[in-house]
Design a protein around this ligand. Structure first.
Ligand SMILES: [Zn+2]
Ligand SMILES: [Zn+2]
Length: 304
């Protein structure tokens, strides 16, 4: 089952050197999520052949333009391409006003429903279905801002098929998956669960840390995730500027990844002052070697 992240944009503030402002697509077991929606996102989506109409939820970390200015174009294109399925939008207060004003003055009515979900500054589960949860991660930024933690729910135990007795009943297989032993009417144990099952596959996780000043307390929130995206707007020489503008350096992103023992770090939201990104990558890798750059159209897969 897929757990695939695609970088659509990773430029901070303005597009630069072919880099687009922030947007990411996450595919998790046939669920299509969009994380932020910077300018040009719909062009990037078509470039990587993502089925746009199957995007059901869009998570907007904050209302700085480089994280949402691509939204209106995308919403109109969905409308013009005859979308009917509702679209869920998660954002801090104001996005509904921004969108509804544009619809009002263009005298447009979308032929699908927009479902607005207002974010708050505390940690909260904002989405849950039978496969995953999405939880907010409070960021330290100039305006209300949060990241998102996507985590698969615990999975059922796996049946060791070669160990099953002949003519084993379907309802007993379901009991095994739920972790129960198999008992007869008198309560006598016929089969121990551990003899017929294997450990569940691990639950995969992705933490998206949007614009933020370095905050070591985030380490406990993202501890052990398979994949951590953390902004790294600046190199170490600009660490004072990073703090003043509520952004982070590559070294700070890597320090957080190290303290949280994540499996892999992706850095992004690069300042337009850097034409080349090698310096940012080298600084991060000096602290946390398993770091990669968020490059447009690059995908990151977490194996099941
Ligand atoms: Zn930004
Ligand atoms: Zn910002």
């Amino acid at each position: 089952m897929s757990f695939q992240l695609t970088i659509l944009g990773a430029s901070g503030a303005i597009p630069a050197y072919g880099r687009f402002t922030t947007a990411q697509h996450l595919l998790l077991e046939n669920r299509h999520f969009l994380i932020d929606c910077g300018e040009g996102t719909q062009h990037q989506l078509s470039k990587v052949n993502i089925p746009v109409q199957r995007i059901s939820h869009i998570f907007v970390s904050h209302l700085h333009g480089d994280h949402y200015l691509g939204l209106m174009g995308l919403l109109f294109s969905m409308h013009l391409n005859h979308r009917e399925a509702p679209l869920h939008l998660y954002s801090f207060k104001g996005l509904d006003e921004i969108i509804l004003a544009q619809l009002k003055y263009s005298r447009s009515t979308l032929n699908y429903e927009l479902c607005f979900h207002e974010l708050t500054s505390d940690r909260k589960v904002i989405f849950s279905d039978d496969v995953l949860t999405v939880e907010t991660i409070p960021m330290d930024h100039r305006i209300p801002c949060c990241g998102f933690l996507f985590r698969e729910k615990p999975k059922p135990r796996r049946i060791a098929r070669e160990m099953l007795p002949d003519q084993f009943k379907l309802q007993d297989i379901l009991k095994l998956k739920s972790g129960s032993d198999i008992i007869d009417e008198s309560g006598k144990i016929l089969y121990y669960n551990k003899d017929l099952t294997l450990e569940p596959r691990p639950s995969r996780s992705y933490a998206y840390c949007s614009d933020t000043r370095y905050n070591p307390l985030l380490g406990s929130v993202v501890a052990g995730v398979d994949l951590l995206y953390h902004e790294a707007t600046f190199m170490d020489t600009e660490r004072t500027k990073a703090a003043d503008t509520f952004h982070s350096t590559a070294i700070q992103a890597a320090t957080l990844a190290l303290s949280a023992s994540v499996k892999k770090l992706i850095i992004g939201h690069f300042s337009a002052r850097y034409r080349e990104l090698d310096g940012l990558l080298a600084e991060a890798q000096s602290i946390f070697p398993s770091t990669e750059l968020a490059i447009e159209c690059r995908t990151f897969e977490i194996d099941a």
